[in-house]
Design a protein around this ligand. Structure first.
Ligand SMILES: Nc1ncnc2c1ncn2[C@@H]1O[C@H](COP(=O)(O)OP(=O)(O)OP(=O)(O)O)[C@@H](O)[C@H]1O
Length: 263
C-alpha cells in the first residue's frame, strides 16, 4: 500500500485555448492552483486574463485543452455541484438586482439548498459573517443598486464567501476599492485559507499577497513562479514595455516594483 496521499490540484488547467472568429484569445495555457494556494494572474490589457478566468468559471467552454477542479473535469460536473466547490467575482457586473444587500449575499447559499427552501439561522449567520469579513455589515438592509462601486464589489465578494467554496476565482477584486479596502479584502481572502485564482493589475499588491504568479501576454503564459522570480525588470520591460526597478522591501520581504519614467 502506498503511503503517499495524492492531493489533486484544486485547479488544473492543461493546454487550454479559446478561439473565436479565428482569433486565439488564449492558447496553450497550463496553470495550477494547489489547495490553499493564492495564485495571481497578471499581464497587460487584452492579454486574455478575463478570458482565462471565464473558462475556469465555466462561462466559456475552452476550444482546446481541459480544466479540472479537484481532479474532476469542469464540464462533467452538474452546475450546482460546481457552485459548491467554486465561487467567482467576475468583471461583467451582474445585472443590478433590485434586492437588499442581505438578499444578494444570501443568494450565495442557493447551491447548498433545495429549491425554494427558506433561509435558516445558519444561512443568516453566514450572510452576516461574510458581510462583516468584507467590512460591509452596516450595508445589510440597503438596496443593492444604491451602493457605490467599491461597496458593490465588497458585497459581491461577501456573496462568493457565503458559497463556502474551496476555490475562489476573482477578476480584479480590488479595482473599485480605496487602498485601505484593497488591503482589507486581500488580507481577508488570504486568511480564509481558500484556494484563490485572482487577476490583479497592481503588481505590488500581487507581490504582497500571492504565493505564485502567472504572467499572460498575447494569450499565452509568458512566465510563472514566485513574485520574486517573476517580477524582474527584464520581464516588466518585455511584457509591459516599461522601465522598472525592483527591490525586495525590507519590511514586507516582498519584491517592490518602482516604475521609472521612459529614458
Ligand atoms: N469575439 C472576439 N474576437 C476577437 N477578439 C476578441 C473577441 N472577444 C474578445 N477579444 C479580444 O481578446 C483579448 C483578450 O481579452 P480579455 O478580456 O481576456 O483580456 P484581459 O487580459 O482581461 O484585458 P484587460 O486587462 O484589459 O481586462 C482582447 O484583446 C479582446 O479585445
Amino acid at each position: 500500500m502506498s503511503h503517499h496521499t495524492v492531493h489533486p490540484s484544486a485547479l488544473a488547467v492543461r493546454g487550454a485555448g479559446y478561439e473565436v472568429d479565428g482569433a486565439k484569445l488564449i492558447a496553450d495555457v497550463d496553470l495550477d492552483v494547489a489547495p490553499g494556494e493564492f495564485v495571481g494572474v497578471i499581464g497587460p490589457n487584452g492579454a486574455g486574463k478575463s478570458t482565462l478566468l471565464r473558462t475556469v468559471h465555466r462561462v466559456l467552454r475552452p476550444t482546446a485543452g481541459t480544466v479540472r477542479i479537484d481532479g474532476d473535469d469542469l464540464w462533467a460536473l452538474p452546475p450546482r455541484a460546481l457552485a459548491r466547490r467554486m465561487a467567482a467575482v467576475l468583471q461583467e457586473n451582474v445585472a443590478e438586482f433590485d434586492l437588499t444587500v442581505e438578499e444578494v449575499v444570501a443568494m450565495g447559499r442557493s447551491p447548498h439548498k433545495r429549491l425554494f427552501s427558506a433561509d435558516n439561522d445558519d444561512d443568516r449567520r453566514l450572510v452576516m459573517t461574510s458581510l462583516e469579513l468584507v467590512g460591509a455589515a452596516h450595508l445589510g438592509p440597503r438596496g443593492y443598486p444604491s451602493l457605490s462601486g467599491g461597496e458593490k464589489q465588497r458585497v459581491l465578494l461577501a456573496r462568493a464567501l457565503t458559497q463556502e467554496p474551496a476555490l475562489l476565482v476573482l477578476d480584479e477584486p480590488t479595482n473599485h476599492l480605496d487602498i485601505a479596502h484593497q488591503m482589507e479584502v486581500l488580507s481577508v481572502v488570504r486568511r480564509l485559507g481558500t484556494s484563490v485564482l485572482a487577476v490583479l493589475h497592481d503588481l505590488n499588491l500581487a507581490a504582497l499577497y500571492c504565493d505564485r504568479l502567472y504572467v499572460l501576454a498575447e494569450g499565452r503564459v509568458a512566465a510563472s513562479g514566485t513574485p520574486a522570480e517573476v517580477l524582474t525588470p527584464g520581464l516588466l520591460a518585455d511584457v509591459y514595455h516599461v522601465r522598472a526597478d525592483v527591490e525586495v522591501h525590507p519590511l514586507t520581504g516582498a519584491p517592490n516594483v518602482v516604475l521609472l519614467p521612459p529614458e
